[in-house]
Design a protein around this ligand. Structure first.
Ligand code: GUN
Length: 304
């Protein structure tokens, strides 16, 4: 049976470490890091995600506030608000919960956030720096996957990895870090050989690539996509997918991309859903917020 990679436990460890580091930072005379979350509209799942982020921030000693707007606001109004937060000396991190309403250009909104305060790592400058192996703010889910692999002692150097899903916020940054040279500036490189699969990868090829992989990371939102016959014995399987389904009894539950009950019999290590990558995303967002606060340190006035 595979080892279960307990994202909840690892995320708690990270938040506990951050809490101590932030206490020390405040003792040094700096104000506590601060995070501002903006949510536009009334999507219940988005509101739950933001609530969890704010709770995690408070746990770590980060000041967090949420600004809620009706979905009827204009893009211009939102951009003005972001500008105000960019210029604020008491805000270190800004997060615009996605998706924004269809009336807005998501890329324009993400690029409006100062790259220094972009704790999601979605700004074009941060994405570019990641692609160039430079130190930067990395999207939290991708960073969570990498951190989980590292903290679980899973070897990646020279290993074969498959990333299923090529989204710019998840699949792409994971693939970048997996294949990057560890010696490069970011320090996040994992020296693996990476294959990226997506909706146009023929099923037979997907199976072939996965069967030969030491590490499989699936981020598609297609329940049951990754089956036991696709797993090399002992491989690591990281499930980033999270989909709410209704079972035969009419109960709703969250499931990942991986056929967990079968894959666990073959794999060497596997992440559960829920309780795997999800909590890691929130923990790494807190890491990014503290990082942003430290990067803005020169501007931060010591409270003596
Ligand atoms: N919506 C779904 N995932 C995310 C995320 O990681 N960050 C933001 N800002 N919005 C999201």
């Amino acid at each position: 049976m595979a080892k279960i990679l307990d994202g909840k436990k690892i995320a708690k460890d990270i938040k506990d470490e951050l809490k101590i580091q932030i206490q020390e930072w405040v003792k040094e005379g700096y104000r506590a890091p601060s995070l501002c979350c903006i949510i536009v509209g009334d999507d219940p799942a988005s509101h739950t995600y933001v609530k969890n982020k704010v709770l995690a921030a408070q746990y770590c000693g980060i000041n967090a506030e949420t600004i809620k707007f009706e979905s009827t606001i204009t893009e211009e109004f939102l951009l003005d608000k972001i500008k105000e937060l960019n210029e604020s000396d008491i805000v270190d991190g800004i997060l615009i919960q996605l998706p924004v309403p269809d009336t807005m250009d998501e890329r324009k909104v993400c690029n409006a956030v100062s790259p220094h305060k972009d704790v999601d790592g979605f700004h074009i400058v941060n994405v570019g720096q990641l692609c160039l192996d430079m130190k930067t703010i990395v999207p939290a889910t991708a960073l969570g996957v990498v951190e989980m692999i590292k903290r679980s002692g899973i070897e990646t150097h020279g290993r074969k990895a498959v990333v299923i899903g090529r989204s710019k916020n998840v699949g792409m940054p994971i693939a970048i870090m997996l294949h990057t040279d560890k010696k490069h500036e970011s320090g996040l490189g994992m020296d693996a050989t990476v294959t990226i699969c997506h909706r146009y990868t023929p099923k037979n090829d997907l199976e072939f690539f996965c069967q030969n992989a030491d590490i499989i990371i699936s981020a598609t939102g297609i329940p049951g996509l990754v089956k036991a016959n696709m797993i090399k014995p002992g491989a690591t399987v990281i499930d980033v997918g999270i989909t709410r389904i209704t079972d035969a009894e009419g109960k709703t539950k969250l499931v990942g991309d991986v056929d967990y009950d079968e894959v666990i019999k073959i794999a060497g290590a596997v992440t559960p859903v829920p309780g795997g990558v999800g909590p890691m995303t929130v923990a790494m967002l807190m890491h990014n917020t503290f990082q942003a606060a430290k990067n803005l340190r020169e501007k931060t006035v010591k409270i003596s």
